[in-house]
Design a protein around this ligand. Sequence first.
Ligand code: GLN
Length: 452
Amino acid sequence: AALDAIEASQPTINAFTHVDREAALSAAAAVDAKRAAGGRLGPLAGVPVAVKDVLCTRDMPTTCSSRMLKNFRPPYDAGVVERLRAADAVIVGKTNMDEFAMGASTENSAFGVTRNPWDTTRIPGGSSGGAAACVAAGTVPLSIGTDTGGSIRQPAAMCGVTGLKPTYGRVSRYGLIAFASSLDQVGPIGWSVPDVALMMQTIAGYDARDSTSLNLDISHYTEVLSSHDLRGLKIGILRESMDRDGVDDSVRQATLDAADVFQSIGAEMVEIDLPHNDYWVPTYYVIAPCEASSNLSRYDGAHYGHRTSDLSDSDKLGPLVTTYCRSRAEGFGDEVKRRIMVGTYALSEGYADQYYSQALKVRRLIKGDYDAAFSQVDLLLGPVTPTPAFPLGQKVDDPIQMYLCDLFTVGANLAGVPAISLPAGLDASGLPVAVQLQAPVLEESRLLFAGA
Ligand code: GLN
């Protein structure tokens, strides 16, 4: 049924870069055979799951929606993919994304844009736009996204589904193609909080192959969902940040309404501020491009990635440099090139102290704001995005406007804390609006409990 639904929606939504019908059917048949033989079934037995095309899969292409990796078939599975298979999930395919996860609208893909199932003239958010859209379209109940600066939460918000960015280090990054290594995290997108909790139970945990993986026991994410009594919980509402210019009334109202709901079931609501909020986007857009310029240097047409077939005029620069320049010019899209140039500049001699080192210091202050806030409250409540889903094409030629979409999401990545995007109703034109909860490190259970 999932495969048929994907096939029917693909021409309009374009959520997938690759669907492997045969592999999915044989994985499902293997689960059936295991059941018939009386075998012990995993917690996701037979559940169709979609995986963002930035995670390595040994039986499917892994492209990062880039021409650079168009023909890449990894020889191994990402840690998360291994865990999904071990839980007997059925991986149906790979989902579309902004190239190398850089973007907020899924318009930066070499495979064409993904459309929002609620209104196909609008973007689904990004960079995990395909992963959110396929869940919103009802084709699969669960998908895997990645979040470097909001890429799980922002598309989940715009598509009216639930998305969790775990604590940095909670879910393995082994086999995740790196964008900005100190910010990247893998996490679930689903129809509901219980579904997301079940997926989290499956994918979280230590992986020795990821040097930043946390070697700590995981919580029982599904067990916290039975109680709906929030007495004793103190929630800080990020009032000042949501009263800024450019924040849609529907978003502000949804946050205030959510605060009322939390209060009505026992939570104590207080107003709180993260004072360096103004510096989140500038700090992120130095650190993320710096790390990206370093991570993406491996795609040179010799070691990795697309290799140009045009070596004409190579006598000027020599065959090696010509290969390098042309392969990268042909393989990468505009936004990826922009990030590489910004990052290379900000890391270069004479500028690194002014930009990169400075950004790291501000990141420390931002983390300090979170520490101070969480010494007073258990959770933070605020918006996910300044506006609901915007029309396709509206911001694609204006990078600054696109970057400002990340106003509420990049803080959690800079501080390494977990955060969840929760559907919170529809605006006047019927588009989904969401709210965000953020928690101290490793308190995913608290997010899931309050979110449910
Ligand atoms: N929109 C942000 C960016 O373009 C976030 C991307 C992400 O989380 N992968 O960098």
